[in-house]
Design a protein around this ligand. Structure first.
Ligand code: DGJ
Length: 734
């Protein structure tokens, strides 16, 4: 049973396939966390409900493990809820009231009700058990049943308590534009570590995901407690290790500059904070999160179309003639979708003007946009378009007509970032404008795909509250409106696919992924840098949404030269796209690219639906390797990369994972893929020999799963920036 309530001892157990999550009601009537980890007998956790006192300075040590702590009394740990009542009282005493399971709710849902001792402020803790993935979704609803308003200073979605190991290590990601999703690991010593965004979107500096372990877990083994918050605006995750050995993670919408009023009868529901426990290391953690996203979070389509995007080829210099040339080449390569990026509208010749004027530019498209769309469709592709609806250039008709639509404070000039200001999406007329122009575009043209960008952070968040005398959070309203717009567009145009983009990967989280089919994770398309960015991304997020483009060599960002093979292999780890100026590519490059695209189409179901195993990382050596295995363990795709070769080491054994030990796996070309020159391509053509061909994953070679997992797949990777793709299929041959 996913939810067990032990009435007599007032203990609740959330039971997943491989974990128990236990809390109960203590003698104060407070909800107290008891245990989270490998399955235990919940009833035997009862003695942990005992109140522990240390001294008059630390009167109730238990409060550090409160399941949802309201600020007041002796709670000095990060609170979940902090309020100010109308009469100035700023002290909460949340007491257990009751619970609800079954009947009205789904079998795996639990609601636990708390209320303040005196004031009619109700708190509903919601739990949903995702049994097969060892995950628990948590959120909270606060209801003001008073006759007067209550100010909410801080309201977190959940607090997670991890067992106090002798030492605790935090894994998280950090980054910046063109360097997103960098993995970091550090001990969590006494005190607080705050991961957060105050930028108005999820942000590249941090992402709302964390993992805790005892410092010894690795890809294959060890207990890992982790969580990911679904909020695409200002968020905060506080990881706190106390002097009493408690580890607590509190997360939700950032309280910074975020107080708001709940009027009489009004309620607030937090975003969902999903937490999980695994005993099989970081690899298992990621696979649980990926499967969860695919089965429960993502809105629909899974298999990514191979797309061509013209941004890096033309930037703002878009014109119909060149776009058609690019489309012809894209079709020859095998692209299935042609996307026109920034620059197609208004007076958008650079980033200085035109943003907000969503009319097709008549100089660039003298016969209208349809001419290009028709050509793209004639070439057998569908059509996609870039938009950035939340921003405006001051040099635009939109701003000239509606200067009051941007966030602003009366006595201040707004900061210009990328020459643009942010629209106040919380204003009903602005929200209506965005919905209207998007609806116009999507119903006028045959558009299959929208790339929704956001190229600046929010500053000077001034907005006149819609309700008089009420404090409102501009930050929350922006995200709520954004979600409502996406939900409405998806409802109106169910066949259109959406990509979330924010100057690269600055708005990807479980909240946005409820609406977006795919995500642009970084403007850094250098295939080597990308491997690090993609690896960090894959800790929390599914490769099925991870868009990766093949672009130019030498790369525009860093001048690095990489072979086409390396660039394709790196981009095939997620949703494959091409972003180079293919009008300038040689015939040989087009032909080679076409082979990779054909190959990708044969294995993309493994990327989208299979299990990912990270076999080797550039963080630990010169080789990085990713492996995808179909859920029935019959098909395997291995991608291996060497960044620099030293001292004649060309051979390696890659220990595969997740195979059937007794199964026999044969190296093949996936059905339908064009063999020549693709399988086993090395980075440097000159090094494409091996001294020991037997020790090589050549077509037809057969090994047992046990050998591949224990001894390893033999591979030759010779030279700098060499890469390999190997496909294996399980056979029933004895
Ligand atoms: C930032 C995005 O990340 C790029 O891919 C591109 O769409 C530009 N914006 C266009 O302005």
């Amino acid at each position: 049973m996913p939810i067990n309530v032990l009435e007599a001892s007032k203990i609740f157990e959330l039971r997943t396939k491989n974990s128990s999550y236990v809390f109960g009601v203590n003698e104060n009537g407070t909800l107290q966390h008891l245990y989270w980890g490998e399955p235990v007998e919940a009833a035997e956790c009862a003695d942990l409900l005992r109140l522990r006192h240390h001294s008059s300075f630390d009167a109730e040590v238990n409060r550090e493990r409160e399941e949802y702590g309201g600020w007041g009394g002796t709670l000095y740990a990060e609170p979940c809820l902090k309020v100010k009542f109308q009469n100035g009282v700023r002290d909460l005493r949340l007491r257990y009231e009751g619970y609800e399971v079954g009947s009205r709710l789904a079998a795996d849902d639990l609601i636990v009700r708390l209320h303040d001792e005196y004031y009619r402020l109700r708190v509903e803790l919601r739990y949903r058990v995702i049994e097969k993935y060892d995950l628990i979704e948590r959120s909270v609803t606060i209801v003001n049943e008073e006759d007067v308003p209550v100010r909410i200073d801080q309201v977190m979605a959940a607090a997670w308590s991890a067992p106090a190991e002798p030492s605790v290590r935090l894994t998280h990601v950090t980054g910046r534009w063109a360097g997103e999703y960098q993995l970091r690991r550090a001990p969590l010593t006494e005190g607080k570590k705050v991961l957060e965004s105050r930028q108005g979107f999820t942000g590249a500096h941090a992402n709302p995901w964390f993992a805790l372990d005892d410092g010894k877990a690795d890809e294959l083994s060890g207990n890992v407690w982790f969580g990911a918050l679904g909020w695409s605006g200002n968020w905060k995750i506080v990881l706190e290790s106390s002097t009493f050995g408690q580890v607590r993670v509190v997360g939700g919408v950032n309280d910074f500059d975020g107080a708001f009023t709940l009027g009489p009868g009004e309620s607030y529901t937090s975003p969902v904070f999903t937490g999980g426990f695994v005993s099989g290391g970081f690899g298992e953690m990621s696979r649980k999160l990926h499967n969860y996203q695919r089965d429960y979070v993502l809105p629909g389509s899974r298999e990514r179309k191979v797309l061509y995007n013209s941004w890096e080829a033309t930037e703002f210099a878009v014109n119909v003639r060149e776009q058609i040339e690019l489309a012809k080449q894209a079709a020859r390569i095998g692209a299935e979708r042609f996307v026109v990026d920034d620059g197609w509208f208004g007076a958008r010749h650079s980033d200085r003007a035109g943003l907000g004027d969503w009319q097709v530019n008549p100089q660039k498209f003298p016969n209208g946009l349809q001419e290009l769309i028709d050509e793209v469709k004639r070439l057998g592709m569908d059509f996609g378009l870039w938009v950035e609806p939340e921003s405006v250039n001051p040099d635009s008709e939109l701003y000239r007509n509606h200067p009051d639509w941007v966030y602003q404070f009366p006595t201040r000039e707004g900061t210009l970032l990328r020459n643009q200001l942010m629209l106040n999406l919380g204003k009903p007329e602005v929200k209506a404008f965005v919905l209207e122009f998007m609806t116009g575009l999507l119903s006028t043209y045959d558009i299959a795909f929208i790339k929704w960008d956001m190229n600046r952070t929010i500053t000077e968040p001034g907005a006149i509250p819609l309700r008089e005398h009420a404090e409102e959070s501009v930050w929350i309203k922006h995200v709520d409106s954004l979600y409502e717009i996406w939900a409405e567009l998806r409802r109106r145009f169910p066949r259109v696919e959406f990509e979330t983009c924010a100057g690269g990967g600055s708005r990807i989280d479980l909240g946005m992924l409820r609406f977006a089919d795919q995500a642009w994770i970084s403007d850094n398309t250098d295939a080597r840098d990308r491997l690090t960015i993609q690896e960090g991304f894959s800790y929390a997020y599914s490769p099925s949404v991870m868009m990766c483009w093949v672009t130019e060599s030498p790369h525009g960002l860093n001048g690095r030269r990489l072979p086409l093979s390396f660039r394709f292999h790196s981009a095939m780890l997620g949703g494959l796209g091409i972003g180079a100026n293919i009008a300038r590519w040689s015939e040989a490059e087009i032909v080679e690219a076409n082979r990779y695209v054909a190959l990708y189409k044969q294995v993309r179901h493994l990327v989208a639906e299979g299990d990912l195993y990270r076999l080797a990382s550039f963080a630990e050596g010169d080789v990085a390797a990713w492996q995808y295995v179909s859920r029935d363990r019959d098909e395997v795709a291995v991608f291996a990369f060497r960044q620099a070769q030293y001292f004649g080491d060309t051979e390696l054994r890659l220990r595969l994972q997740g195979l059937e030990p007794d199964g026999r796996y044969r190296v093949e070309m996936p059905t339908g893929a064009v063999a020549a020159g693709v399988e086993g391509t090395n980075g440097n053509a000159a090094d494409e020999h091996t001294d020991n061909p037997a020790a090589e994953a050549h077509t037809g070679a057969v090994w047992h799963g046990s050998t591949l997992m224990r001894l390893g797949l033999p591979l030759t990777l010779a030279g700098d920036y060499a890469s390999r793709f190997v496909y294996l299929r399980r056979h029933s041959v004895t």
